[in-house]
Design a protein around this ligand. Structure first.
Ligand code: ADP
Ligand code: MG
Length: 241
């Protein structure tokens, strides 16, 4: 599904050049659940932006579902992004004075879809929040706000979900709930790429990619992912690949 080949992304900062991505080659197959870990500044968010078609490589190639991204126009890339990719962020990014259901329906409004009726409520039901549809974000807990953001990410039924530190602003219990939800979405066949600092959170994935200085330092598959609701107690078996 995702194929990056020698991808480089450098930023110029004053006189220095920052190698945000410094030759990343990786494949992620349909249905995988991958945790992306590594120190701050190691290139995780840059890689997520690349995979999510929000940015393009300076060098190297990126193929998504066989499409060579370099060859797409900006409009074509945007269409693929809207259809196939859902984004979830650490800070939720909900509109504060807008009810949950309208937050969830925003991507449909942006893509001028006419079949909006009921879709937001359906997506909220999927994340267990049908009874909070008309609450504003300030009337919801952090975990509930992140569920609303996940419902928004699901509204176009994406095959790929990109989540950048989705549990970073949550207490451990809400974080475990959110990870259990990601595990369900993965069990439905969705591919998930999730950035985290928390080894327990990473333990819910099937594979962990560790970045250091813009490169992949380690790529480990894990049999028997931890059950997110019981992460602390879970025994993890690591199989080096
Ligand atoms: P991470 O998400 O792992 O913390 P990032 O991908 O955000 O790391 O950043 C990788 C490196 O690239 C960092 O050194 C960061 O300062 C730099 N960087 C990221 N975005 C930009 C930008 N738009 N302009 C300049 N430097 C950037
Ligand atoms: Mg980051």
């Amino acid at each position: 599904m995702i194929e990056l080949h020698h991808v480089r992304k450098h930023y110029r900062k004053d006189a220095d050049e920052v190698k945000a991505l410094d030759g990343v080659t990786v494949e992620i197959g349909r249905g995988e659940f991958v945790a992306l870990v590594g120190p701050s500044g190691s290139g995780k968010s840059t890689l997520m932006n690349m995979v999510g078609l929000l940015d393009r490589p300076d060098h190297g190639t990126y193929r998504l579902d066989g499409h060579e991204i370099d060859r797409l126009t900006a409009d074509e890339a945007a269409a693929i992004r809207n259809e196939r990719i859902g984004f979830v962020f650490q800070a939720f990014h909900l509109l504060p004075r807008t009810p949950a259901v309208e937050n969830v329906e925003l991507p449909l409004i942006y893509s001028r879809r006419s079949d909006i009726a009921g879709r937001g409520l359906e997506a909220l039901a999927r994340v267990g929040l049908a009874d909070r549809a008309h609450h504003h974000p300030s009337e919801l807990s952090g975990g509930q706000q992140q569920r609303v953001a996940i419902a928004r990410a699901l509204i176009n039924d994406p095959a790929l979900i990109l989540a950048d530190e989705p549990t970073g602003n949550l207490d451990s219990e809400s974080g475990a709930d959110i990870m259990a939800l990601f595990q369900e979405l993965n069990a439905e066949g969705r591919t998930i790429l999730l950035v985290t600092h928390d080894p327990h959170v990473a333990g819910a994935a099937h594979r962990t990619i560790r970045m250091v200085d813009g490169r992949i330092a380690d790529d480990t598959k894990q049999t028997g992912a931890a059950v997110a609701g019981d992460l602390a107690a879970a025994r993890m078996e690591w199989v080096s690949t």
